[in-house]
Design a protein around this ligand. Structure first.
Ligand code: ATR
Length: 284
């Protein structure tokens, strides 16, 4: 059997900790194969103390590009040579391209989320949004939603100071959007058009960052978690008859944007979606 990896094959991959659960290798290898690109995509489990060495390895070995996931989205920034403006604004990177040893970082999370929102029939323009969480994903989504003319975004986080810092950093950049921090007690009697969960509550446990029974009226609920496809929050939304959306479409579209950033080519969306759906059917 012919070995699919040759001396000229470009190497891409994901760095994070952990990464064994990721669907990105299946999605990107399917895309490379569909477009007949001589490239492969792997997953590298990089604990925080090895991050610097891992990025030196990317340059040293000529790895062509990376995705970056939890917990490295902000920590990679000091190790990069150039940042795209959006990544600089939000202080988080999820995609790196290696140009002859120079590492350039960008974030495709917000573009991915906005495309997913559109697919679900929603435009951020004029919406009143509540966001749970204040990590790298929350920063990216908030910037994308504010840029797309959301009317207001209120941010709640378990660790209050992180939400306050997020608001402090992004509010001056997007004066047209009413960006505020919200305290837990003010989530009682909540009314909003869209509630977005960017926390990891419900990914590995039965937790929800917010009990929807405390709300008065929520138009839609979106969770950026894609596995499990129905987090406890989405199950509760379904029981209450609130339209809800998981993170699979965001994963797909942020992946498409990363693919184009690396290769300059349009991503084969249909095949990439199929690869993701088949991953969901496998035991993880
Ligand atoms: P990412 O880059 O994916 O956003 P992150 O920066 O590690 O990842 O942020 C994870 C977010 O999930 C944080 O807002 C975190 O809250 P803290 O800042 O208080 O740590 C939130 N989070 C994680 N587990 C949670 C839980 N069980 N309940 C509520 N929030 C949780």
């Amino acid at each position: 059997m012919e070995c699919p990896v040759k001396a000229t094959t470009k190497i891409y991959g994901l760095i994070g900790h952990p990464v064994s659960h990721s669907f990105s290798p299946a999605m990107h290898n399917t895309a490379f194969s569909k477009l007949k690109l001589d490239a492969v995509y792997g997953a590298f489990d990089v604990p925080p103390e090895r991050l610097e060495h891992a990025l030196m390895g990317v340059c040293g070995l000529g790895i062509a590009g990376l995705n970056v996931t939890v917990p490295h989205k902000s920590a990679v920034i000091p190790h990069l040579d150039r940042l795209e403006p959006l990544a600089k604004t939000i202080g988080a990177v999820n995609t790196i391209v290696n140009h002859n040893g120079s590492l350039r970082g960008t974030s495709t999370d917000s573009a991915g989320f906005l495309r997913a929102l559109k697919e679900n029939g929603m435009e951020p323009n004029g919406l009143n949004i509540v966001m749970l969480g204040a990590g790298g994903s929350a920063r990216a989504l908030l910037a994308g939603l504010a840029e797309a003319n959301a009317s207001s975004v209120r941010v709640w986080n378990r660790t209050t100071v992180r939400a306050q810092n997020l608001v402090k950093d992004l509010k001056p950049i997007f004066p047209g959007c009413n960006i505020q921090h919200i305290e837990k007690e003010n989530l009682m009697g909540l009314e909003c058009d869209l509630l977005i969960n960017t926390t990891s509550a419900g990914m590995h446990d039965d937790e929800t960052a917010y009990d929807l029974n405390h709300a008065v009226k929520i138009g839609h609920v979106a969770d950026i978690i894609y596995n499990p496809p129905k987090t406890p929050l989405l199950k509760q939304a379904e029981q209450l008859g609130i339209p809800c959306h998981n993170g699979l479409a965001m994963l797909l579209y942020q992946g498409c944007e990363s693919f184009t950033f690396w290769t300059g080519q349009d991503a084969p969306v249909k095949e990439m979606r199929k690869a993701l759906v088949s991953q969901l059917k496998q035991p993880h």
